[in-house]
Design a protein around this ligand. Structure first.
Ligand code: EPU
Length: 416
């Protein structure tokens, strides 16, 4: 199992280019299921999750080829309608095949995801929505078996905004009979990107990016040829890395309009962020100031950036309160940050972070994707050497992170 070793204390300097967004590319890949032909997706990051989705699509009978940053998907024929447990247990986003498969073939069998490191993460809202659209759903032996000769439009209210739930139903509704209205839908940029991609395939969708999305079903969709948006969480993670090291970097390709809440909180913490010639310039202060955050659905502060921000707060001046309101167990990084000397106390869904002068390098363990990113950020700022174990979590969502950080001057290497 690979490890990453970082010797901290170096101010990051230079320029970094952001990759395509994992959470945009995964639904785009499953959107291709809705058409029959050759689809192309551009700006695709080389990540473990993208490969897992590729293998799942190959299992369904499709051709999958990733070269440079482009995916070619051949979706002429569906030869299997099941997403087995092996795929779903390694990547929950596998559930994104449910809506498109059911809409295209009238049948889908998808393993129920279990709990995961960051929480229980049920998919009851995906199921409720498909049932409202006329699907017969049976839960047996750990699988969801869905059947519907043809899905029909419905008005669906989500008890809480769900990103992949909104995406699954938007895809299914695109080729259903009649009009579907999604209420209290997720507004994340990745949902908007998927809507734009579906529209480019011929779908009739209005309101993506707001909490009400209206989808008028069409009889067929063209194959996809689409460029995914840049990864907002990767962008923000590099901002955190520059901020915590008192660095001075330029970020190429990041979309500031997708991270306004993060930029606002970073500025409050003393980070200077400006936009010049389409590049974000980030300058970290000598010492960060403490700031409170609460994670919220978009446009609120994203849960996927909570751990990295907490690391910054661990060495900020003063005390900050960090409240996680999306996932019930997304504080796994706290125990690891404590091993590096951080003073953090958890009570319910709030962590109280008392800023200390400096973190100390230590062997630590990655527990999930964003927790691993927070440990990398911690290692960059810590005195001495940090060794992060189980970096396969990091490889799920950050393309060539150690190479990119090395280009910014960091002392970082992968131990095979
Ligand atoms: N929820 C339900 N029932 C459902 C669906 C969701 O109760 O049927 C709850 C969840 O348990 C959670 C909340 O609703 O408390 C929001 O979850 P959501 O469904 O929005 O999460 P997701 O779609 O499974 C996506 C991202 C996650 C990101 C969350 C929140 C993808 C592939 N995954 O997950 O990304 O944290 O939205 O923004 O888009 C990551 O990249 O590290 C990651 C975990």
């Amino acid at each position: 199992m690979d490890k990453i070793e970082i010797t901290g204390g170096i101010r990051l300097k230079g320029e970094v280019t952001i990759s395509g967004a994992k959470n945009a590319v995964l639904p785009l890949m499953t959107a291709a299921i809705l058409s029959s032909g050759d689809s192309n997706i551009h700006n695709v990051p080389h990540l473990r999750d993208v490969m897992t989705m590729g293998k799942l699509l190959a299992h369904l009978g499709f051709g999958f080829h990733l070269e440079n940053s482009k995916i070619l998907l051949r979706t002429k024929k569906v030869t299997s309608i099941d997403a087995p447990y092996d795929f779903v247990k390694t990547m929950r986003a596998s559930v994104l095949v449910l809506g498109p498969l059911l809409a295209r073939t009238g049948r889908a069998k998808v393993s129920l995801p279990g709990g995961c490191a960051i929480g229980a993460r049920p998919i009851n809202l995906h199921i409720m929505g498909l049932e409202k659209m006329g699907a017969k759903i049976n839960l047996a032996e750990g699988y969801i078996e869905a059947k519907a000769k043809r899905l029909r439009g419905a008005t669906i209210y989500f008890d809480m905004p769900t990103v992949t739930g909104t995406e699954n139903l938007m895809m299914a509704a695109s080729i259903a009979d009649g009009t579907t209205i999604l209420e209290n839908a997720a507004c994340e940029p990745e949902v908007v990107d998927l809507a734009n991609a579906l529209i480019s395939m011929g779908a009739d969708i209005e309101g993506a990016g707001t909490s009400v999305i209206r989808i008028k079903g069409v009889s067929r969709l063209r194959p996809l040829d689409y460029t995914a948006i840049a990864d907002r969480i990767e962008t923000a993670t590099f901002i955190a890395a520059a901020a915590i090291t008192g660095g001075d970097i330029r970020i190429n390709g990041g979309r500031p309009e997708h991270i306004e809440a993060i930029i606002s909180k970073m500025k409050e913490a003393g980070v200077k962020i400006t936009l010049k010639n389409n590049k974000l310039t980030v300058k970290g202060p000598d010492r960060l100031s403490s700031v409170d955050i609460k994670t919220m659905p978009f446009p609120g502060f994203p849960t996927d950036m909570q751990a990295q921000f907490m690391t910054m707060m661990a060495i900020a001046e003063g005390t900050s309160l960090i409240t996680e309101s999306i996932f019930e167990n997304r504080f796994m990084h706290v125990a690891e940050l404590r091993r590096m000397g951080a003073d953090i106390r958890i009570e319910g869904s709030t962590a109280t972070v008392k800023g200390i002068d400096t973190l100390k390098g230590a062997p630590v363990m990655a527990t999930d994707l964003r927790a691993s990113a927070s440990l990398v950020v911690a290692g960059l700022a810590a005195e001495g050497t940090t060794v992060i174990d189980r970096v396969y979590h990091l490889d799920r969502g950050y393309e060539r992170i150690e190479e990119k950080l090395k280009m910014l001057g960091a002392e970082i290497r992968r131990i095979k």
